[in-house]
Design a protein around this ligand. Structure first.
Ligand code: SF4
Length: 403
């Protein structure tokens, strides 16, 4: 029987939610509120509690890529000497800034940049370059590599001192002291949102899965860019209600779901629909991914959010090989997976390091065949649809033959 996809209606709300977010940022900046360009693992609640407008260049780059504007904005940048091997988020963001082309109507000018070197070194250099371009300060949270020892006390003390320094830096920019009550209120909303996101992505444990990884990719924008706001909380309440209803009625995303797959690394933002349709034609549903998991773990201690941020910075980015393998093996049991796709993302070195080795060990430990898909999260010049289609056809033949 032919498989088809059953869409989640709540996702239709996202068009307005995302557009309103960028419009609100421009309006807030017009009214004189300070604007920070921040990376996705910034302490969003702190910035919100201090009435700072947070703009996420990675999130903006996703819109550039999803609207298929990559080539248009990166070609002029590459003519300036920026290499195509550089992260396509970085190239899309800088290309958009230099060309003035944006799918969301442009970003307000920044008053400062905030990032960390824990996520990847690209972010550090990208934000450094952009802070020079705009002539505004860059605050970098320097997180030493713990070598698989997340309880390293020296490291925690060092990161904690920088968060204290960050609060002082933000107070200077806003001209106001941090109001602890305001922070508590934002943390409470943020924690509720994080809990909902966790429940939503874990609902994919149901068979058939009521939500796919593609739906998670599409619906993650508010928890990334608007965590701590009522807009994000209410969106996930509505989404959770629809998902619960689908579970009760046994509605899966993929009709006649046969394969339940894991997806490693970033999405192909410019090909979500095409790839989703292709997998549906094999009766395959992506049910789990490493990429959306962090936001399910960002619960903050309401009495001491600073300690929670320290833990997150020190522990969360320490994705050494053993830890990644262990995670994938655990997810196989949790989500009843019978296949794995590892996206070897050409321009994200952080995620793509050691993919062939991770695949080899995962196959050995689980006894399930895994496929490496060559692609890029945002640059369509780095993959071929034909090659992916052929590779996946072959992969599903293997899975079928192994029963
Ligand atoms: S982690 Fe990867 S995708 Fe994210 S900014 Fe760094 S290189 Fe780019």
């Amino acid at each position: 029987m032919k498989a088809s996809r059953v869409e989640i209606q709540t996702l239709r709300l996202l068009k307005d939610i995302n557009a309103n977010h960028y419009e609100a940022a421009r309006e807030a900046a017009r009214q004189g509120r300070p604007v920070g360009y921040v990376s996705v693992f910034a302490p969003a609640e702190l910035l919100l509690a201090m009435d700072i407008v947070s703009v996420y260049p990675e999130n903006h780059a996703v819109f550039v890529q999803a609207r298929k504007m990559t080539t248009e904005v990166v070609s002029p940048l590459e003519r300036l000497g920026y290499q195509p091997g550089l992260c396509s988020y970085a190239r899309c963001d800088m290309g958009s800034t230099f060309t003035g082309k944006s799918p969301v109507g442009g970003l307000p000018k920044p008053d400062f940049f905030l990032t960390t070197n824990a996520q990847c070194s690209t972010l550090t250099k990208w934000f450094e370059r952009m802070s020079e371009h705009f002539g505004v300060p860059l605050f970098l949270i320097d997180v030493p590599f713990t070598g698989g020892k997340p309880d390293d006390q020296h490291c925690k003390v060092f990161v904690r001192s920088q968060i204290a320094e960050l609060i002082g830096f933000l107070e200077e920019i806003t001209g106001k002291s941090l109001d602890p009550e305001n922070l508590s209120r934002v943390v409470e909303i943020s924690n509720q949102t994080t809990r909902l996101w966790k429940e939503i992505i874990e609902s994919a444990m149901h068979v058939p899965s009521p939500i796919s990884v593609f739906d998670q990719f599409i619906s993650m924008a508010p928890i990334v860019a608007q965590r701590g706001t009522m807009v994000a909380l209410e969106f996930y309440q509505t989404l959770k209600a629809e998902i619960d209803d689908r579970v009760t009625r046994g509605i899966g995303v993929v009709d006649n779901e046969k394969y339940r797959l894991y997806w490693d690394s970033l999405p192909l933002w410019h090909e979500l629909k095409w790839l989703s349709d292709l997998l549906v034609s094999f009766k395959a549903c992506l049910v789990s991914t490493i990429y959306t998991l962090p936001w399910a773990d960002f619960w903050l201690d309401p009495k001491d959010p600073v300690s929670s941020w320290v833990e997150q910075y020190v522990h969360y980015f320490d994705w050494h090989l053993d830890r990644r393998v262990e995670l994938v093996v655990q997810l196989k049991e949790k989500y009843r997976l019978n296949g794995f796709i590892f996206h070897n993302d050409r321009s994200c070195k952080m995620f793509s390091t050691a993919i062939p080795e991770i695949r080899r060990i995962v196959q050995e430990k689980t006894g399930v065949a895994a496929y490496i898909l060559e692609g890029d999260h945002g640059d369509p010049r780095f993959y071929s649809r034909e090659q992916i289609e052929k590779g996946l056809t072959y992969y599903f033949e293997i899975l079928r033959a192994r029963g």
